[in-house]
Write a protein that binds this ligand. Sequence first.
Ligand code: 9MR
Length: 572
Amino acid sequence: QAAGTGPAVRVNQLGYLPDGPKRATVVSSATAPLGWELRDAAGRVAATGSTVVHGADPASGDPTHLVDFSAYTGTGTGFTLVVNGQAGYPFDISAGLYDGLRADSLSFFYQQRSGIAIDPALAGAGYGRPAGHLGVAPNQGDVAVPCQAGVCDGTQDVRGGWYDAGDQGKYVVNGGIATWQLVNSFERAARAGTDAALGDSTLRVPERGNAVPDVLDEARWELEFLLRMQVPDGRPLAGTAFHKIHDAAWTDLPTRPERDAQRRELHRPSTAATLNLAATGAQCARVYARYDAAFAARCLDSARRAWTAARANPAMLAPASDTTGGGAYDDAQVGDEFYWAAAELYATTGEAQYRDAVTGSAFHTSEVFAPGGFSWSDTAALGRITLATVPGVGLPAADLARVRASVTSAADRYLATAGGQGYAVPLPVDGYVWGSNSQVANNAVVMAVAHELTGQERYRAGALEAMDYLLGRNALNRSYVTGYGEQASANQHHRFWAHQNDASLPHPPNGSFAGGPNAGIQDPIAQARLAGCKPATCYLDDIGSYSTNEVAINWNAPLAWLAAYAAERHGP
Ligand code: 9MR
């Protein structure tokens, strides 16, 4: 048993939903079942039972038993689960369990905004800061960034958007998937007809109360940036999108956004970035039409031009070597981005040219739901989810049935994977990569979509149990979400939320999601301290461990998606 991992009983440290699954893991090498007790805050026994011996957890090596107290439907705060006289961390059972996380996980995006002052009344005391990267000294960008000769008019205005992660780069690839997931969260909730979707003004964005759902207000901040990244008409490569904008060199940690004095550089267009714009622009046109027809039309026009430009320039690959001052976000395979963009354009317009691009893509009939989950570089699943769920997609009935079945059979595989793990996580042992927590969350999203498509409760249970893993039911006994759980991450890699390095700066705000265990240990601090770690334990809550403990927009996006899903009330 690794040191410092606390009690042997591992629970979702936030808690459980009254109508959801309630399971826990006990680390024990006992070969016979153990008795367990659920105790309420006053110490009274609320339920009892016996564990099921599960055996070694393949991702951590921990010997595990499983506890299932789903039959208990009482509510309250301060429950504990006790095995062998030892209590796990306390938790709540409440229908409102995820309400706070729903708001906080989206507030993360507001607080990552570039080009606008962050208001502490919305962000929380200590989290306010002046606008970053509007060209106010010492900032040099992002209002008039020089571009390559001939590609744009000397300079391009690429203000706004969200900072990607702990760095202050802005990448169209990654902005794309994160935006899609926020907008998709709304699209799903709107289909479900929940109050959380329509006219929602309960989230902490400056535009709240403007009659547009808050999650769409937040996503629009990035969409406006993505539109600005498109090469204007009349220029070489018109319609394509610049791959990224970031500092000429990596900045120190900490560096407050408004104090970044580095030159900002626009990097040459890529096919992948162009298709991210086509996909999210088309989704924007479909979803924002009822709120702002002019904006929706602007999105669609941009998406169409991006699609055409990508077809004309299908192999502009961003170089893997371009890692000075920002991440590369290189991707040698863009067939999946073509499929995703075609699917979004088809679902929005119904036009034959886009349908043919969907049905003509090898990705339309291949397996797009890999065991390790979709990601910024593997986006075919996003197109597949859109085709499976958006009403009125005009594919032949048999093809549509096959598309939907591909989602549910993927969800069945994720359930089977979780069933083989001691901590019920839908991730295979080789899935602990950079940002593994987002891969868990993305597989949970697929299970939640399967729940929508079939109404079958086991898929909802699988998605919620993935949240249990992320919020403490794991080998490290840790919640990876700041502010949620007894032992939660609080030192994620970030240039402003850098309290660990500078006590005048705040910790990451509540709802910040750590990248998570990464068996690749790709930073010096992890390499020094985690050599030989078992995959699910390769994690440090240290600001320097960027390969295990950064935050990122494409990681908080599925967290926000799942928190909104889990916060929905079911039944009467
Ligand atoms: O999430 C990205 C991960 O898949 C890559 O393996 C890793 C190394 O290229 O980069 C991650 O993305 C980082 C980006 O390059 C720069 N901003 C921070 C991102 C999260 O760590």
